[in-house]
Write a protein that binds this ligand. Structure first.
Ligand code: CP
Ligand code: NVA
Length: 317
């Protein structure tokens, strides 16, 4: 029987994870980060909670931050990782099934992180695995990034996320936005979204948004959405898994570029966040400006990945 081992958990979508567990992950990341002030990047945390464990990772799509942050995360927890290249596996060239590959991953490894071009594949890996599966980005979700962003916002603002007003300007029908909406619903966060008409949240999320009693609002003008925000976020217009006419999509977003004039409509102490990589959705001035927290945001992924791993291994206190 290929069923996840007792006490272990998958990390596939924010919507699947109880809010108390999301909060536990964030608070564990805060504690562990505080204890590493004098440690070098490759030094392990004192308790080495994942000593002897191996994380297998596979990327069907490019990655810089997710790859490096998971590598460092498991290392700092006392374990190790191996990155598999899809084209070097039988699976990648079409001569082995996901079922068999997943069972073998479970036989050799202790957890599997997958960045994929298909949500179905994640479900298939899960079906034939008895080790935790982590979604390192799929067409529909980017849960590890979004949870880390909540951590960063609370770290900078020194306030609970539910007391802050978030604004998203850009594609509202992509993986980042889906996970952000899911997290805002879980934590009851006020979120304003500015997006072109053809790039609104998907039907399921739109119906969930309607049940939020106005906490999440959708605008078709960035100037309206950004007013009084504490945090302004955006993402690439063209996502890794987008199969669209790029020129047409870019054109639809002409009025949604985040520039200084728009940023100035947010609160004076508002911060700017972007998961990276970036494209033409934000000006250089905003991206490199004083309000931008993008480098801190990227670094924090290491700390949050560690606590996500501990959650998956059933080791979060
Ligand atoms: N933000 C993010 O996931 O970056 P990578 O695509 O480089 O992993
Ligand atoms: N929405 C982006 C996120 C990149 C980290 C993409 O899928 O390419």
């Amino acid at each position: 029987m290929w069923r996840i081992q007792k006490k272990m958990k998958n990390f596939l979508h924010i919507r699947d994870i109880p809010v108390r567990d999301l909060k536990k992950i964030i608070s564990d990341a805060k504690n562990r980060k505080a204890k590493r002030k004098r440690l070098n990047t490759l030094d392990t945390d004192k308790d080495k909670p994942l000593k002897g464990k191996i994380l297998l990772q596979m990327f069907e799509k490019s990655s810089l931050r997710t790859r490096l942050s998971f590598y460092l995360a498991i290392k700092q927890l006392g374990g190790g990782s191996l990155t598999l290249r899809p084209e070097e596996l039988h699976l990648g060239i079409g001569s082995e099934s996901i079922a068999d590959t997943s069972k073998i991953l479970s036989t050799y490894g202790n957890a599997f992180m997958l960045r994929t071009d298909s949500d179905k594949k994640l479900d298939q890996f899960k079906k034939y695995s008895n080790i935790p599966i982590i979604n390192g980005l799929s067409p529909s979700s980017h849960p590890t990034q979004v949870l880390s962003d909540i951590f960063t916002i609370q770290e900078i603002k020194k306030k609970s996320i539910s007391k802050l007003k978030l604004c998203w300007i850009g594609d509202a029908n992509n993986n980042m936005m889906n996970s952000l909406i899911e997290v805002c619903i879980k934590f009851s966060v006020a979120l304003n979204i500015a997006c072109p008409k053809d790039y609104q949240p998907n039907k399921l999320l739109t119906s969930l948004i309607k049940k939020q009693k106005g906490k999440i609002k959708i605008f078709n003008k960035k100037e309206k959405a950004v007013k009084n925000s504490d945090v302004v976020m955006t993402d690439k217009i063209i996502s890794l898994n987008d199969k669209v006419n790029k020129r047409k999509k870019l054109k639809s977003f002409e009025n949604f570029k985040l520039d200084t004039k728009t940023m100035n409509l947010a609160k004076k102490d508002a911060i700017f966040m972007h998961c990276l990589p970036r494209g033409s959705e934000v000006t250089e001035e905003v991206f490199l400006g004083k309000q931008s927290k993008v480098w801190q945001q990227a670094l924090n992924r290491v700390y949050v990945q560690k606590s996500i791993l501990l959650y998956c291994f059933g080791k979060l206190r």
